[in-house]
Design a protein around this ligand. Structure first.
Ligand code: AMP
Ligand code: GLY
Length: 429
């Protein structure tokens, strides 16, 4: 089977690595891809993830049978609707929802109203725009601090603001409604703050049936002890000790089943991944947010823990028939430590030469996130998140130890990482 994967980050590198291990794969193309992924397939660095016409041309030219969409932006912008409307591509197999389904991530207001319609546990909320600013301020006053404000649309992962004081929340609210994120913050969701511990649940669905992938936890803040600015993710681990059988049963009954049922009731034929960011509030799952794609850097850990044929799963999702697919989850632990540029998530330098150990093994991998090659072919940094060290171990401690050993062998000026990934879970276990 010829497969095209869209994306260029650590998530897509991990997906490419997993796809390449399947005997079902004939040829893998990746657009745009990154230097690490070229080990597994042909990268098309000039084709961006929203260049729909160029993507359609590539699919026709290379006889692609299955398209896997990594990031959310092309999904929210309607790549599935576009391609299925193209002559000769109406039956193209695609992993990823159409624009209607992608609203689960593309509009916080849509996703909150969806959860309310189908009785899915989530924080109490209301949505406001410029014309209802004074009502918004009144609503804030009814809540306890901290205050949670969310831009309705996609804001490159920066659309959630948590303010400790009412004054700050009011200021942030005015900023959002006056267009801080352009049209993404024309509407703002204000919601109740949930206290608990988070985990990431990934649902692979064919529109009516589903499989739950290994549960993961990510670490979003730049600083150790979960301090400082939010980032695109500094690390992840899988499994998650508190996501035990009883908790996952509640997730299945209260979140997954009504989500899939709700999508069907709305006339959405969702074939792709649903990522539910959950808060465990005293043993009860609450949905913090939905995403219409896999998580990053969770995918880097999750892919290490899937032992069954991944291409088979992707194809069945896209065909709308999971059938008897048996998802085999490894009993090993996986961890991912993200190596970032100094200064990230604010400004940072690019083009810094990287030296790194060669010949990764199956249980010790370096996924590329923000790397490129300079004119003489040397690997250099090209983003805030540069590489991920992703390892398996027979315990979480062992997986983490391997990650740090590997991370220590990577060198570039300004290399920055968190040394406490997974420590909170080690204390719980
Ligand atoms: P996001 O950028 O959408 O991934 O959200 C950023 C983070 O904000 C989430 O991962 C949570 O840690 C936090 N968050 C969002 N909504 C809430 C909430 N209602 N209560 C507590 N924390 C929240
Ligand atoms: N790790 C969180 C995300 O991918 O949105």
């Amino acid at each position: 089977m010829n497969i095209l994967l869209l994306g260029s980050g650590g998530r897509e590198h991990a997906l490419a690595w997993r796809i390449a291990r399947s005997p079902r794969l004939s040829q893998l193309f990746i657009a745009p891809g990154n230097p690490g992924m070229s080990l597994y397939g042909t990268c098309m660095p000039r084709i961006g993830v929203t260049d729909f016409a160029a993507i359609a041309a590539l699919i026709r030219r290379e006889h692609i049978e299955l398209l896997v969409v990594g990031p959310e932006v092309p999904l929210v912008e309607g790549i599935v609707d576009y391609l299925h409307g193209e002559a000769g591509l109406t039956d193209l197999l695609i992993v990823g929802p159409d624009a209607k389904g992608a609203q689960l991530e593309g509009s916080k207001d849509f996703s909150k109203a969806f959860m309310q319609r189908y009785g899915i546990p989530t924080a109490a909320y209301r949505t406001f725009d410029k014309s209802t600013l004074s009502e918004a301020i009144d609503y804030l006053k009814t809540l306890q601090p901290p205050y949670v404000l969310k831009a309705d649309g996609l804001a490159a992962g920066k659309g959630v603001i948590i303010s400790e004081s009412l004054e700050e929340a009011e200021r942030e609210l005015r900023g959002l409604l006056s267009g801080r994120f352009g049209s993404a913050s024309t509407r703002v969701v204000i919601e109740e703050y949930l206290h608990g511990i988070e985990c990431s649940v990934f649902i692979a669905t064919d529109g009516s049936d589903w499989r739950v992938l290994p549960v993961a936890k990510d670490y979003k803040r730049i600083g150790e002890g979960d301090t400082g600015l939010n980032t695109g993710g500094m690390g992840s681990v899988s499994p998650v000790v508190f996501a035990d059988e009883a908790f996952m049963q509640r997730v299945e009954e209260r979140v997954i089943r009504p989500t899939i049922k709700g999508l069907r009731a709305e006339g959405i034929d969702y074939r792709g991944f649903i990522f539910a960011g959950l808060m465990n509030v005293g043993g009860d799952p609450y949905v913090i947010e939905y995403n219409c794609r896999m998580g990053d850097p969770e995918t880097e850990s999750v892919m290490l823990r899937i032992d069954s044929d991944f291409v088979d799963l992707l194809e069945r999702m896209a065909r709308g028939h999971l059938g008897d697919y048996h998802l085999e989850e490894s009993s090993q632990y996986a961890a991912t430590v993200v190596l970032v540029s100094e200064g990230y998530p604010e400004s940072y330098a690019k083009g810094i030469p990287i030296s790194y150990p060669h010949a990764p093994t199956f249980d010790s991998l370096l996924f590329h996130a923000g790397t490129s090659r300079d004119d003489s072919g040397h690997l250099v940094t090209s983003g805030g998140r540069v590489l991920t060290a992703s390892c398996l171990g027979s315990t979480l401690a062992e997986a983490l130890e391997r990650c740090y050993k590997l991370a220590d062998r990577v060198q570039y000026t300004g290399k920055t990482l968190r040394r406490d990934i997974g420590q909170d879970l080690l204390k719980l276990s």
